[in-house]
Design a protein around this ligand. Structure first.
Ligand SMILES: NC(=O)c1ccc[n+]([C@@H]2O[C@H](COP(=O)([O-])OP(=O)(O)OC[C@H]3O[C@@H](n4cnc5c(N)ncnc54)[C@H](OP(=O)(O)O)[C@@H]3O)[C@@H](O)[C@H]2O)c1
Length: 233
């Protein structure tokens, strides 16, 4: 698809991978609405990227409704949803709590599932649309300390496959994306972006992969793609 003049929601577009995706989409002429929970950061990134914003916790029913309504009002329509907002920290099996699962699944699974549903209703009606679910390489293989995060991303990857099966007859494309380690603020307790490390992935590489996949003619789609650093060692 030609991204010029198309409309996208990027959840968690106020930092890291989401910000890089929003920036690339705007660079291609798309109109973008970013979401986040930190008011100041969100407004300043929206100013920097020249995009729309809405303050919304995607892990709540109210946040999902706010986001979809803001997209329809501020963008005037919707061609794509990037389900990027995510949350996670690593703790071992003997350490995790009920609350860890609730907090992580609320954002990574429930919010993504319900916002995906709201977008799909629009896309099914207009017989076109795109959903990109940002999972992780942690969605393809479990690891020590990954019970909460990794299982939530396995769930998101499962949703991606179900949606592909349901939405292809409506010409709606659903892409699953699995980034390996990216030097962002992810899982940083101070929420500050990590410094760039020359041989590790940046948000730009993930954004490049997603925008390239979206730009393919609508008759084709890539069900799943993983992005790894060439030599992170
Ligand atoms: N970094 C990695 O190594 C890596 C690897 C694989 C996959 N991923 C996935 O990539 C996605 C983006 O991560 P990132 O590395 O870019 O992390 P990040 O820099 O921490 O950015 C996360 C973004 O999501 C937003 N967010 C978090 N919870 C939210 C909620 N409940 N409602 C709305 N927005 C919310 C944050 O906004 P606020 O700060 O305002 O909350 C922020 O804009 C996540 O799904 C993550 O699991 C990351």
């Amino acid at each position: 698809m030609d991204l010029n003049n198309k409309t996208f929601i990027v959840t968690g577009g106020s930092s890291g991978i989401g910000k890089a995706i929003a920036q690339k989409l705007v660079g291609k002429g798309a109109s973008v609405l970013i979401t986040g929970r930190d008011d100041e950061k969100l407004k300043s990134v929206a100013d920097e990227l020249n995009c729309e914003w809405v303050l919304a916790d995607i892990g709540t029913p109210e946040g999902v409704e706010l986001t979809i309504n803001a997209a329809l009002i501020k963008l005037g329509g919707l061609n794509g949803l990037i389900n990027n907002a995510g949350h996670g920290w690593m703790n071992k099996m003997h350490e995790y709590s009920w609350r860890d699962f609730e907090e992580t699944y609320r954002v990574n699974v429930f919010g993504a599932a319900m916002l995906g549903q709201a977008a799909a209703k629009i896309f099914m009606e207009q017989k076109s649309g795109n959903i990109v679910n940002i999972a992780s390489t942690a969605a393809t293989k479990g690891f020590a300390g990954g019970s909460v995060y990794s299982s939530s991303k396995f769930a998101l990857r499962g949703l991606t496959q179900c949606w592909q099966a349901e939405l292809r007859p409506y010409n709606v494309r659903v892409f699953g994306v699995n980034p390996s380690e990216v030097t962002t603020a992810f899982a940083q307790s101070n929420r500050v972006e990590r410094d760039d490390v020359e041989n590790k992935l940046r948000g730009e590489e993930i954004a490049h992969a997603i925008v390239s996949a979206l730009e393919m003619d609508d008759r084709g789609y890539i069900p799943e793609l993983s992005v790894h650093a060439t030599n992170p060692f």
